[in-house]
Write a protein that binds this ligand. Structure first.
Ligand SMILES: [Ca+2]
Ligand SMILES: [Ca+2]
Length: 401
Protein backbone atom coordinates (compact mmCIF):
# COMPACT_ATOMS: atom_id res chain seq x y z
CA UNK A 1 0.00 0.00 0.00
CA UNK A 2 2.81 2.37 0.89
CA UNK A 3 4.46 1.41 -2.41
CA UNK A 4 1.35 2.49 -4.35
CA UNK A 5 1.22 5.81 -2.45
CA UNK A 6 4.81 6.66 -3.27
CA UNK A 7 4.19 5.67 -6.89
CA UNK A 8 1.21 8.07 -7.02
CA UNK A 9 3.29 10.82 -5.41
CA UNK A 10 6.04 10.30 -7.96
CA UNK A 11 3.48 10.48 -10.79
CA UNK A 12 1.91 13.63 -9.31
CA UNK A 13 5.30 15.28 -9.05
CA UNK A 14 6.15 14.45 -12.64
CA UNK A 15 3.10 16.18 -14.16
CA UNK A 16 4.31 19.79 -13.73
CA UNK A 17 7.69 18.72 -15.08
CA UNK A 18 6.00 17.20 -18.11
CA UNK A 19 3.93 20.34 -18.69
CA UNK A 20 7.08 22.43 -18.35
CA UNK A 21 8.77 20.30 -21.00
CA UNK A 22 5.79 20.74 -23.34
CA UNK A 23 5.88 24.51 -22.79
CA UNK A 24 9.60 24.50 -23.57
CA UNK A 25 9.01 22.57 -26.79
CA UNK A 26 6.32 25.04 -27.86
CA UNK A 27 8.71 27.92 -27.10
CA UNK A 28 11.46 26.28 -29.11
CA UNK A 29 9.24 25.87 -32.14
CA UNK A 30 8.21 29.52 -31.94
CA UNK A 31 11.78 30.79 -31.72
CA UNK A 32 12.99 33.26 -32.74
CA UNK A 33 10.47 35.72 -31.31
CA UNK A 34 8.66 37.71 -33.98
CA UNK A 35 8.57 34.81 -36.43
CA UNK A 36 5.03 33.48 -36.85
CA UNK A 37 4.73 29.84 -35.72
CA UNK A 38 3.90 28.60 -39.22
CA UNK A 39 7.24 29.89 -40.51
CA UNK A 40 9.81 27.39 -39.38
CA UNK A 41 13.06 29.16 -38.46
CA UNK A 42 15.02 26.85 -40.77
CA UNK A 43 13.16 28.34 -43.75
CA UNK A 44 15.29 31.49 -43.40
CA UNK A 45 18.03 32.22 -45.91
CA UNK A 46 21.36 30.49 -45.56
CA UNK A 47 23.82 33.01 -44.20
CA UNK A 48 27.48 33.51 -44.80
CA UNK A 49 29.77 33.50 -41.79
CA UNK A 50 30.09 37.30 -42.05
CA UNK A 51 26.32 37.62 -41.92
CA UNK A 52 26.09 35.25 -38.94
CA UNK A 53 28.76 37.25 -37.08
CA UNK A 54 26.84 40.47 -37.59
CA UNK A 55 23.43 38.93 -36.76
CA UNK A 56 24.00 37.04 -33.47
CA UNK A 57 20.35 36.62 -32.55
CA UNK A 58 17.63 34.06 -33.19
CA UNK A 59 18.08 30.86 -35.13
CA UNK A 60 20.05 30.69 -38.36
CA UNK A 61 21.53 28.43 -41.00
CA UNK A 62 25.12 29.28 -41.84
CA UNK A 63 27.38 27.97 -44.62
CA UNK A 64 31.15 28.25 -44.28
CA UNK A 65 34.42 26.36 -44.20
CA UNK A 66 35.87 24.52 -41.24
CA UNK A 67 39.12 26.30 -40.38
CA UNK A 68 40.00 25.20 -36.84
CA UNK A 69 39.16 24.48 -33.23
CA UNK A 70 38.45 27.48 -30.98
CA UNK A 71 39.90 27.15 -27.48
CA UNK A 72 39.53 30.73 -26.22
CA UNK A 73 38.05 34.04 -27.38
CA UNK A 74 40.95 34.89 -29.69
CA UNK A 75 42.59 31.49 -29.99
CA UNK A 76 41.90 28.91 -32.68
CA UNK A 77 43.99 25.79 -33.19
CA UNK A 78 44.65 25.01 -36.86
CA UNK A 79 46.30 21.64 -36.11
CA UNK A 80 47.04 19.43 -33.11
CA UNK A 81 43.38 19.39 -32.12
CA UNK A 82 42.46 18.81 -28.51
CA UNK A 83 38.75 18.07 -28.55
CA UNK A 84 35.52 17.34 -30.46
CA UNK A 85 33.33 20.03 -28.92
CA UNK A 86 33.86 23.17 -31.03
CA UNK A 87 34.61 24.30 -34.59
CA UNK A 88 35.66 27.62 -36.08
CA UNK A 89 34.14 28.29 -39.51
CA UNK A 90 34.86 31.13 -41.94
CA UNK A 91 33.87 32.32 -45.42
CA UNK A 92 37.36 31.55 -46.66
CA UNK A 93 38.95 28.18 -45.95
CA UNK A 94 42.32 29.95 -45.59
CA UNK A 95 41.04 32.40 -42.93
CA UNK A 96 43.41 32.98 -40.01
CA UNK A 97 41.82 36.06 -38.39
CA UNK A 98 39.55 34.95 -35.54
CA UNK A 99 37.46 38.12 -36.03
CA UNK A 100 36.23 36.64 -39.31
CA UNK A 101 35.30 33.30 -37.77
CA UNK A 102 32.13 31.93 -36.21
CA UNK A 103 32.61 29.53 -33.29
CA UNK A 104 30.25 26.55 -33.53
CA UNK A 105 29.35 24.42 -30.53
CA UNK A 106 29.34 20.70 -31.28
CA UNK A 107 26.81 18.98 -29.06
CA UNK A 108 27.20 15.30 -28.22
CA UNK A 109 25.11 13.96 -31.13
CA UNK A 110 27.53 15.50 -33.63
CA UNK A 111 30.91 15.02 -31.97
CA UNK A 112 31.81 11.69 -33.57
CA UNK A 113 31.16 13.06 -37.06
CA UNK A 114 32.25 16.71 -36.77
CA UNK A 115 34.82 16.92 -33.96
CA UNK A 116 38.32 17.80 -35.17
CA UNK A 117 40.14 15.56 -32.68
CA UNK A 118 38.31 12.57 -34.21
CA UNK A 119 38.19 14.01 -37.76
CA UNK A 120 41.19 16.29 -38.40
CA UNK A 121 40.65 15.82 -42.14
CA UNK A 122 37.57 18.06 -41.97
CA UNK A 123 39.77 21.17 -42.11
CA UNK A 124 38.88 23.08 -45.27
CA UNK A 125 35.58 21.24 -45.82
CA UNK A 126 32.34 23.14 -46.40
CA UNK A 127 29.88 22.99 -43.51
CA UNK A 128 26.25 24.04 -43.27
CA UNK A 129 24.96 24.33 -39.71
CA UNK A 130 21.64 25.43 -38.19
CA UNK A 131 21.43 26.61 -34.59
CA UNK A 132 21.17 29.52 -32.18
CA UNK A 133 23.25 32.54 -33.16
CA UNK A 134 24.75 33.56 -29.84
CA UNK A 135 28.11 34.14 -28.20
CA UNK A 136 30.36 31.13 -27.63
CA UNK A 137 33.77 31.46 -25.96
CA UNK A 138 32.80 35.17 -25.57
CA UNK A 139 33.00 35.37 -29.36
CA UNK A 140 30.47 35.42 -32.23
CA UNK A 141 29.04 31.94 -32.19
CA UNK A 142 26.40 29.36 -32.98
CA UNK A 143 25.19 27.03 -30.23
CA UNK A 144 22.80 24.08 -29.83
CA UNK A 145 22.94 22.95 -33.47
CA UNK A 146 19.84 21.23 -34.83
CA UNK A 147 21.47 20.24 -38.15
CA UNK A 148 25.05 19.95 -39.35
CA UNK A 149 25.95 18.92 -42.90
CA UNK A 150 29.21 18.67 -44.78
CA UNK A 151 29.38 19.92 -48.33
CA UNK A 152 26.59 22.42 -47.86
CA UNK A 153 23.81 20.72 -49.81
CA UNK A 154 22.51 17.47 -48.31
CA UNK A 155 19.93 17.76 -45.53
CA UNK A 156 20.41 15.47 -42.53
CA UNK A 157 17.82 14.48 -39.93
CA UNK A 158 18.05 16.31 -36.62
CA UNK A 159 19.03 14.31 -33.52
CA UNK A 160 15.50 14.66 -32.13
CA UNK A 161 13.87 13.34 -35.29
CA UNK A 162 11.92 16.55 -35.88
CA UNK A 163 11.71 17.83 -39.42
CA UNK A 164 14.29 20.53 -40.19
CA UNK A 165 14.76 20.71 -43.96
CA UNK A 166 17.89 22.47 -45.17
CA UNK A 167 16.64 25.53 -47.05
CA UNK A 168 17.09 25.40 -50.79
CA UNK A 169 18.31 28.52 -52.63
CA UNK A 170 14.91 28.68 -54.30
CA UNK A 171 13.12 28.98 -50.96
CA UNK A 172 15.61 31.30 -49.33
CA UNK A 173 15.75 33.93 -52.07
CA UNK A 174 12.02 34.64 -52.46
CA UNK A 175 12.44 38.14 -50.98
CA UNK A 176 15.27 38.92 -53.40
CA UNK A 177 13.07 37.91 -56.34
CA UNK A 178 9.83 39.45 -55.02
CA UNK A 179 9.55 41.85 -57.98
CA UNK A 180 9.61 38.87 -60.38
CA UNK A 181 6.85 36.92 -58.63
CA UNK A 182 4.21 35.54 -60.98
CA UNK A 183 5.92 36.85 -64.12
CA UNK A 184 7.04 34.99 -67.23
CA UNK A 185 8.65 35.60 -70.59
CA UNK A 186 9.71 39.18 -71.41
CA UNK A 187 8.17 40.65 -68.27
CA UNK A 188 10.13 38.15 -66.15
CA UNK A 189 13.30 39.07 -68.02
CA UNK A 190 12.66 42.76 -67.45
CA UNK A 191 11.94 42.27 -63.74
CA UNK A 192 15.07 40.15 -63.29
CA UNK A 193 17.18 42.72 -65.11
CA UNK A 194 16.04 45.34 -62.60
CA UNK A 195 16.70 43.05 -59.63
CA UNK A 196 20.19 41.91 -60.64
CA UNK A 197 21.29 45.39 -61.77
CA UNK A 198 20.38 47.13 -58.49
CA UNK A 199 22.93 47.83 -55.78
CA UNK A 200 25.66 46.02 -57.68
CA UNK A 201 29.32 46.39 -56.73
CA UNK A 202 31.67 46.11 -59.72
CA UNK A 203 35.19 44.77 -59.32
CA UNK A 204 38.46 45.83 -60.89
CA UNK A 205 39.97 43.23 -63.18
CA UNK A 206 42.81 42.82 -60.70
CA UNK A 207 40.38 42.11 -57.83
CA UNK A 208 38.94 39.23 -59.88
CA UNK A 209 42.00 37.07 -59.10
CA UNK A 210 41.35 36.90 -55.37
CA UNK A 211 37.61 36.62 -55.84
CA UNK A 212 38.02 33.55 -58.05
CA UNK A 213 40.30 31.96 -55.45
CA UNK A 214 37.29 32.06 -53.11
CA UNK A 215 34.40 31.39 -55.48
CA UNK A 216 36.04 28.51 -57.34
CA UNK A 217 37.91 26.89 -54.49
CA UNK A 218 38.31 23.12 -54.70
CA UNK A 219 35.83 21.70 -52.12
CA UNK A 220 38.35 19.01 -51.19
CA UNK A 221 41.54 21.12 -51.21
CA UNK A 222 41.28 24.70 -49.99
CA UNK A 223 44.70 25.56 -51.44
CA UNK A 224 43.40 24.98 -54.98
CA UNK A 225 40.83 26.18 -57.47
CA UNK A 226 38.90 23.98 -59.92
CA UNK A 227 39.45 24.90 -63.57
CA UNK A 228 36.16 25.16 -65.46
CA UNK A 229 36.62 23.17 -68.64
CA UNK A 230 39.52 20.90 -67.74
CA UNK A 231 38.14 20.11 -64.26
CA UNK A 232 41.71 20.19 -62.93
CA UNK A 233 42.43 21.14 -59.32
CA UNK A 234 45.32 23.61 -59.39
CA UNK A 235 47.12 25.70 -56.77
CA UNK A 236 45.58 29.11 -56.15
CA UNK A 237 49.08 30.57 -56.31
CA UNK A 238 49.53 29.53 -59.96
CA UNK A 239 47.44 32.42 -61.29
CA UNK A 240 49.18 34.13 -64.19
CA UNK A 241 49.93 33.94 -67.87
CA UNK A 242 52.59 31.26 -68.24
CA UNK A 243 52.23 27.66 -69.35
CA UNK A 244 50.92 25.71 -66.37
CA UNK A 245 49.21 28.77 -64.86
CA UNK A 246 45.47 29.41 -64.65
CA UNK A 247 43.91 32.71 -65.74
CA UNK A 248 40.54 34.46 -65.92
CA UNK A 249 38.30 32.85 -68.53
CA UNK A 250 35.48 35.05 -69.84
CA UNK A 251 32.77 32.48 -70.45
CA UNK A 252 30.90 35.16 -72.40
CA UNK A 253 33.90 35.79 -74.66
CA UNK A 254 34.69 39.49 -74.26
CA UNK A 255 35.11 40.10 -77.99
CA UNK A 256 31.36 39.36 -78.37
CA UNK A 257 30.38 42.95 -77.59
CA UNK A 258 34.00 44.05 -77.21
CA UNK A 259 33.53 45.07 -73.57
CA UNK A 260 37.15 44.55 -72.51
CA UNK A 261 38.25 44.22 -68.91
CA UNK A 262 37.28 47.54 -67.35
CA UNK A 263 34.87 47.28 -64.42
CA UNK A 264 31.56 45.94 -65.80
CA UNK A 265 30.76 42.89 -67.92
CA UNK A 266 34.48 42.18 -68.36
CA UNK A 267 34.92 41.78 -64.59
CA UNK A 268 31.53 40.25 -63.75
CA UNK A 269 32.27 37.22 -61.56
CA UNK A 270 29.06 35.51 -62.60
CA UNK A 271 30.72 34.55 -65.91
CA UNK A 272 34.42 34.54 -64.98
CA UNK A 273 36.07 31.24 -64.11
CA UNK A 274 39.61 29.98 -63.58
CA UNK A 275 40.96 28.05 -66.57
CA UNK A 276 44.30 26.72 -67.72
CA UNK A 277 46.07 29.32 -69.84
CA UNK A 278 46.34 27.04 -72.87
CA UNK A 279 42.80 25.65 -72.64
CA UNK A 280 41.49 29.23 -72.33
CA UNK A 281 43.38 30.09 -75.49
CA UNK A 282 41.98 27.03 -77.31
CA UNK A 283 38.43 28.06 -76.45
CA UNK A 284 39.27 31.61 -77.52
CA UNK A 285 36.12 33.50 -78.48
CA UNK A 286 34.22 30.55 -79.92
CA UNK A 287 30.49 30.24 -79.43
CA UNK A 288 29.13 27.24 -77.56
CA UNK A 289 27.55 24.34 -79.44
CA UNK A 290 27.49 20.56 -79.57
CA UNK A 291 30.11 18.78 -81.61
CA UNK A 292 33.75 18.77 -82.64
CA UNK A 293 36.77 16.71 -81.76
CA UNK A 294 38.09 15.93 -78.29
CA UNK A 295 40.25 18.56 -76.59
CA UNK A 296 43.32 16.64 -75.42
CA UNK A 297 44.18 18.79 -72.40
CA UNK A 298 40.56 19.25 -71.28
CA UNK A 299 38.95 15.77 -71.19
CA UNK A 300 35.24 15.69 -72.00
CA UNK A 301 35.31 18.93 -74.00
CA UNK A 302 35.03 19.06 -77.78
CA UNK A 303 35.73 21.81 -80.26
CA UNK A 304 35.68 22.62 -83.96
CA UNK A 305 36.40 25.73 -86.02
CA UNK A 306 33.63 27.89 -84.56
CA UNK A 307 32.31 26.27 -81.37
CA UNK A 308 33.15 24.74 -78.02
CA UNK A 309 31.27 21.97 -76.18
CA UNK A 310 32.10 21.91 -72.43
CA UNK A 311 32.29 18.70 -70.42
CA UNK A 312 28.92 17.46 -69.13
CA UNK A 313 29.50 18.47 -65.49
CA UNK A 314 29.79 22.18 -66.29
CA UNK A 315 27.78 22.69 -69.45
CA UNK A 316 24.74 23.74 -67.42
CA UNK A 317 26.95 26.19 -65.51
CA UNK A 318 28.09 27.63 -68.85
CA UNK A 319 24.51 27.96 -70.08
CA UNK A 320 23.32 29.72 -66.91
CA UNK A 321 26.30 32.11 -67.05
CA UNK A 322 25.42 33.07 -70.63
CA UNK A 323 21.73 33.53 -69.82
CA UNK A 324 22.70 35.69 -66.81
CA UNK A 325 24.78 37.95 -69.06
CA UNK A 326 21.91 38.35 -71.53
CA UNK A 327 19.56 39.50 -68.76
CA UNK A 328 22.06 41.55 -66.75
CA UNK A 329 23.25 43.62 -69.74
CA UNK A 330 20.43 45.31 -71.63
CA UNK A 331 22.28 48.30 -73.09
CA UNK A 332 20.94 50.91 -70.71
CA UNK A 333 24.00 51.48 -68.57
CA UNK A 334 26.93 52.21 -70.94
CA UNK A 335 27.49 48.51 -71.52
CA UNK A 336 26.41 46.68 -74.68
CA UNK A 337 23.06 44.84 -74.81
CA UNK A 338 24.19 41.22 -74.76
CA UNK A 339 21.82 38.66 -76.24
CA UNK A 340 21.87 34.94 -76.97
CA UNK A 341 21.41 33.92 -80.60
CA UNK A 342 21.07 30.55 -82.27
CA UNK A 343 24.08 30.72 -84.54
CA UNK A 344 27.84 30.37 -84.24
CA UNK A 345 30.42 32.69 -85.71
CA UNK A 346 28.66 36.02 -85.12
CA UNK A 347 31.99 37.84 -84.74
CA UNK A 348 32.23 40.91 -82.51
CA UNK A 349 28.48 41.58 -82.33
CA UNK A 350 27.20 41.50 -78.72
CA UNK A 351 25.74 38.06 -79.37
CA UNK A 352 26.69 34.57 -78.22
CA UNK A 353 25.31 31.21 -79.24
CA UNK A 354 24.07 28.76 -79.56
CA UNK A 355 20.70 29.17 -77.91
CA UNK A 356 19.36 25.69 -78.67
CA UNK A 357 22.44 23.97 -77.21
CA UNK A 358 22.53 26.23 -74.14
CA UNK A 359 18.87 25.54 -73.37
CA UNK A 360 19.52 21.81 -73.66
CA UNK A 361 22.59 22.03 -71.39
CA UNK A 362 20.68 23.91 -68.69
CA UNK A 363 18.33 20.93 -68.43
CA UNK A 364 21.07 18.32 -68.79
CA UNK A 365 23.26 19.70 -65.96
CA UNK A 366 21.16 21.29 -63.18
CA UNK A 367 22.78 23.54 -60.51
CA UNK A 368 24.85 21.68 -57.92
CA UNK A 369 26.34 22.66 -54.55
CA UNK A 370 29.49 24.13 -56.11
CA UNK A 371 27.55 26.41 -58.44
CA UNK A 372 25.07 27.40 -55.70
CA UNK A 373 27.81 28.19 -53.20
CA UNK A 374 29.56 30.28 -55.85
CA UNK A 375 26.38 32.24 -56.54
CA UNK A 376 25.83 32.79 -52.82
CA UNK A 377 29.40 33.99 -52.30
CA UNK A 378 29.26 36.45 -55.21
CA UNK A 379 26.03 37.79 -53.76
CA UNK A 380 27.11 38.04 -50.13
CA UNK A 381 30.79 38.85 -50.52
CA UNK A 382 31.45 40.60 -53.81
CA UNK A 383 28.85 41.93 -56.23
CA UNK A 384 25.65 41.76 -54.18
CA UNK A 385 23.66 40.38 -57.09
CA UNK A 386 22.65 36.83 -57.95
CA UNK A 387 22.45 34.67 -61.05
CA UNK A 388 18.67 34.03 -61.18
CA UNK A 389 19.13 30.91 -63.31
CA UNK A 390 21.22 29.18 -60.64
CA UNK A 391 18.40 29.82 -58.17
CA UNK A 392 15.63 29.13 -60.72
CA UNK A 393 16.86 27.09 -63.70
CA UNK A 394 13.24 26.81 -64.84
CA UNK A 395 13.29 30.54 -65.64
CA UNK A 396 15.56 29.76 -68.62
CA UNK A 397 12.61 28.02 -70.26
CA UNK A 398 10.21 30.81 -69.36
CA UNK A 399 12.40 33.51 -70.91
CA UNK A 400 14.40 31.75 -73.63
CA UNK A 401 11.88 29.09 -74.68
CA1 LIG B 1 27.26 21.64 -63.24
CA1 LIG C 1 20.51 41.75 -72.99
Amino acid sequence: MSGLTSHRRAFALSMPALLGLLALLVTLFRAPSGVPPQMHPAAAATMTVAQAISTQSGTGTVAGYIVGEPTATNTVRFSGFTGDTALAIADSSSETDTADMLYVQITSAYRASFGLLSNPGLIGDALTVTGTLTAYFTHAGLKSPSAMTLGGSTPTPTPTGTSTPTPTPTGSTSAYYAAAAGKSGESLKSALHGIISSGVTTLSYDAVWNALKATDQDPSNSANVILLYSGTSRSKTLNGGDVGDWNREHVWAKSHGDFGTSAGPGTDLHHLRPEDVQVNSERGNKDFDNGGTAVSDAPGNRTDADSWEPRVAVRGDVARMIFYMAVRYEGGDAYPDLEVDDVTGSGTAPRLGRLSALRQWNLQDPPDAFEQRRNELIYSGYQHNRNPFVDHPEWVTSIFG
